[in-house]
Design a protein around this ligand. Structure first.
Ligand code: PRT
Ligand code: ZN
Length: 285
């Protein structure tokens, strides 16, 4: 039987969330202990665990059909894979940073400077676009210490909270790209693999939607029902049921996480009571 082969990071910032996503898609994995390979008993999926930097190449070469990796690695490796879905986790950015005391106004201030990075391809493209000639010094880890030990004038690295930069006396001066985990696929997958991938993507989208939405239940005075239901239109329209107490109704709907607190404030202002908000496990629209 045809299997879809997916490459996941063996251990690191992407691994737990990647495995969790697969599990939330209802795909059980045997030996989740991250051996080299694991299989699913209830979906034709085979997982191979790799270093994240190797994932785009393995997918491009067809050793794996699909993979989960950061956009930063996809851009750096230039392996020729298709990005099929943004997954919304492992968000970070790739930025230029210089020592706090170094004056900086525009990228042109980096002309002729030495920049340490683990992402030479992305940085080279950025400098080319900006018409800047700088000396890119590739190092594989602890990039943030390079200026302090006199190895470079600045760095180009992943930033998330920014605390690593601050504790190394560096200042973020330019964001070159934003990144998050993405699902990549080999271009020109076979028909059967493509069918399996669309089943998987259907589930991933249901999980993503559910994560972004909450189920809301509340009691509303009937004379303000219209105002209240207009705030929570839901997937089609809210469910409204009479309560035993005449003059009151129970309203059920779905609420997007982004507008969550604003809507709750509005509902309270309009007299809603007993508001309950519960997580949704899957959302098929
Ligand atoms: O062993 P393997 O090669 O598989 O893993 P790795 O060590 O190369 O990568 P890993 O596990 O550290 O990161 C995997 C992916 O997570 C990256 O390619 C990014 O897409 C994403 N990601 C998200 C991050 C961060 N956030 C992050 N903060 N990757 C690294 N960092 C580092 C950053 O370099 C900085 O030095 O964390 C440090 C702390 O960041 P601040 O700004 O929060 O202090
Ligand atoms: Zn890596």
């Amino acid at each position: 039987m045809t299997k879809l082969k997916i490459a996941l990071q063996k251990s690191g910032r992407l691994s737990d969330k990647s495995i969790e996503l697969i599990r939330e898609c209802g795909i059980g994995l045997t030996n989740g202990s991250r051996k080299l390979l694991s299989r699913s008993s209830n979906f034709p999926l085979e997982v191979m665990y790799l270093r994240d930097d190797d994932i785009p190449r393995y997918v491009a070469d067809g050793v794996a059909d699909i993979g989960i990796v950061g956009e930063n690695v996809v851009a750096e490796e230039q392996a020729g894979v298709d990005t099929r879905e943004e997954l919304g986790f492992a968000r970070c950015r790739l930025s230029l940073a210089v020592p706090k005391s170094t004056p900086y106004k525009t990228p042109a201030d980096l002309q002729g400077k030495k920049i340490a990075t683990s992402y030479p391809t992305i940085l080279k493209n950025f400098f080319e676009q900006q018409g800047i000639e700088a000396d890119i010094h590739e190092i594989s880890g602890s990039v943030e210490i390079a200026p302090g030990i006199g190895l470079s004038d600045g760095i180009f690295d992943i930033v998330s909270t920014g605390s690593t930069l601050i504790s190394n006396g560096l200042r973020e001066v330019e964001t070159v790209m934003d990144s998050q985990a993405v699902l990549i696929a080999q271009p020109g997958l076979g028909k059967e693999q493509e069918e399996l991938l669309s089943r998987l993507l259907f589930r991933i989208r249901a999980v993503k939607k559910a994560r972004n939405n909450k189920y809301i239940l509340l009691n509303a005075p009937n004379d303000r029902l219209e105002e209240i239901t207009s705030l929570i239109p839901g997937m089609k329209s809210p469910t409204v049921m009479p309560l035993a107490d005449p003059g009151w109704s129970s309203v059920h709907s779905v609420l997007n996480e982004n507008d969550f607190w604003d809507v709750i404030d509005g509902l309270k202002d309009k007299g809603a009571q007993g508001i309950l908000v519960v997580p949704i496990e899957k959302m098929i629209v």
